[in-house]
Design a protein around this ligand. Structure first.
Ligand SMILES: [Zn+2]
Length: 190
């Protein structure tokens, strides 16, 4: 489930076209937590021509047993607030060609693969809270794994792992992108 109609769902994985990915204007490259975001942020669109490789989400249909319609701040309910991540890879067309449908056989060999795009959404249906969008790009499939890796320090020391949405998106993406498949299979974290 996505709150944003322009964000593709899993059924569109593998499609190549221009995507319109919502981004908070002040969010490019930065990490900000939900509490610090302004309530009235306008959304811009990052518009890569790309193959959609996969998505993962922490969304659940069922609310946890919380009083009131929405969960309070600081309490987790993945039906009230959740995280979505999508992976794309840019498709670079020859000059003058607007879509892969227009490609001639002669041009087909001039199509190149560009950067990976990782688009993240912090979703909320709680009154007074807004959704939060950002993206990061990288040429390296290993960097895709790194950018999607959660690092935290616990009493057992530093830990690195792929949270469930990230792992799901990567597993889906591995089906459509050979370089990412190799990086995923050979990853150091589980
Ligand atoms: Zn809830």
């Amino acid at each position: 489930m996505s709150l944003h109609e322009l964000l593709p769902d899993a059924s569109l994985a593998g499609q190549v076209r221009r995507w319109f990915l919502p981004v908070n204007p002040d969010a490019r490259g930065g990490r900000r937590d939900a509490a610090s975001r302004p309530a009235d942020t306008d959304v811009e669109y990052y518009q890569p021509y790309a193959r959609f490789l996969g998505l993962g989400t922490s969304h659940t249909e069922t609310h946890r047993d919380h009083p009131g319609r929405f969960v309070e701040r600081g309490t987790r309910c993945n039906a009230c607030r959740w995280f979505e991540v999508r992976i794309f890879r840019e498709v670079l067309l020859p000059d003058g060609v607007a879509s892969i449908e227009e490609l001639s056989a002669a041009d087909a060999s001039r199509v190149q693969l560009g950067e990976y795009v990782i688009h993240s959404s912090g979703m909320s249906i709680v009154d007074g809270e807004v959704t939060f969008f950002r993206y990061e790009t990288t040429r390296s499939p290993y960097m895709v794994i790194e950018l999607m890796t959660t690092r935290q320090t616990t009493d057992r020391g530093p830990e690195a792992f792929l949270a469930k949405p990230a792992a799901h998106a990567l597993a889906e993406a591995a089906e459509f992108d050979v370089a990412l498949r190799d990086a995923y299979v050979n990853r150091a974290v589980s």
